[in-house]
Design a protein around this ligand. Structure first.
Ligand SMILES: NC(=O)c1ccc[n+]([C@@H]2O[C@H](COP(=O)([O-])OP(=O)(O)OC[C@H]3O[C@@H](n4cnc5c(N)ncnc54)[C@H](O)[C@@H]3O)[C@@H](O)[C@H]2O)c1
Length: 265
């Protein structure tokens, strides 16, 4: 009883997009097929066949995707989320987009109207299943992120990483507020907030120091009779932790794979 393969469109062909594409193509049995790749920079996709490249995202329907995966920037969800969801399913990894209530509402309402589905991957969050499953139990959720300043895109916050000479607190407050300031860096915070107790009740701390070379995320969720502590330290390139690209592929295959085998959920 073989199901038909899932047609997948990719938006964003940087670190994560390229790995996800390679991993989909590497397993001929997974029942997934990449039907387009779109990136705002032509140079990013110059080595791909012209058939695969989609220069104008408004043509996405012509490729009949079953799932479109954003791996580019939260602006894509703001500009295209509704249009895509009117026609097909959509997974977006730039989760900070959801901190904007209007975006969240539009996505929710569009899926209901169109009968499509939107997906948020766990991405850089270890333990998102536990945060989600116990979201009615938590009284507090705290996220502490530590990064080298040059791995934080400080443009929206109007800061220059070169000016940071010592350990510095870049943000301390509700997760809702950190997302527009560091939209490319705090998807982990956004996913934790969305899975757990929301953007207003989740507390975010972002620390940077030129002495650090790794990215550290610590999560502490507390509720009656339940205490969850998770910490992960890993290498970081650009804005992305070393373990994220394969994590994103894993979620794509959880949603889209139709191949045989024993599958962990
Ligand atoms: N959910 C998570 O845990 C998680 C973790 C790490 C990164 N991210 C997010 O994933 C995204 C991709 O990360 P990356 O490391 O691959 O970044 P990257 O900079 O290596 O690649 C991003 C690519 O997207 C393209 N792009 C940017 N804006 C675009 C737009 N509006 N339309 C089309 N293409 C656009 C860029 O040209 C670039 O090629 C970022 O938004 C990042 O914040 C999410």
């Amino acid at each position: 009883m073989r199901q038909q393969s899932t047609r997948i469109g990719l938006i964003g062909y940087g670190q994560i997009g390229q790995v996800v594409h390679q991993m989909i193509d590497a397993d001929a049995d997974n029942g997934m097929e990449v039907v387009f790749v779109h990136d705002q920079m032509a140079a990013a996709v110059q080595n791909l066949s012209t058939d695969l490249c989609l220069a104008d995202l408004s043509d996405f329907e012509s490729r009949q995707p079953d799932l479109v995966v954003e791996m580019a920037h939260p602006d894509v969800t703001r500009q295209w989320g509704q249009t895509i969801l009117e026609k097909t399913n959509y997974m977006f990894i730039s989760v900070t987009a959801l901190a904007d209530r209007a975006v969240e509402t539009t996505i929710e309402e569009t899926t209901r109207r169109a009968g499509t589905r939107a997906f948020v991957p766990h991405g850089g969050v270890v333990g998102m299943d536990a945060l989600l499953e116990n979201r009615d139990v938590w009284e507090s959720v705290d996220v502490v992120m530590k990064k080298p300043p040059h791995n934080v895109d400080c443009a929206a916050a109007g800061l220059d990483p070169d000016d940071i000479k010592e350990e510095t607190v870049l943000y301390d407050g509700p997760t809702r507020g950190i997302c527009p300031l560091f939209p490319r860096n705090v998807n982990t915070h956004a996913a934790i907030a969305y899975a757990g107790i929301g953007f207003d009740r989740t507390h975010s701390l972002l620390l940077v120091s030129p002495e650090w070379s790794e990215a550290i995320v610590e999560i502490h969720a507390q509720g009656p009779g339940l205490d969850l502590k998770v910490a992960r330290s890993e290498g970081i390139t650009g804005v992305t932790g070393a373990s994220t690209p394969v994590s994103i592929y894993n979620t794509v295959q959880m949603i889209g794979a139709t191949g045989p085998g024993i599958h962990i959920r």
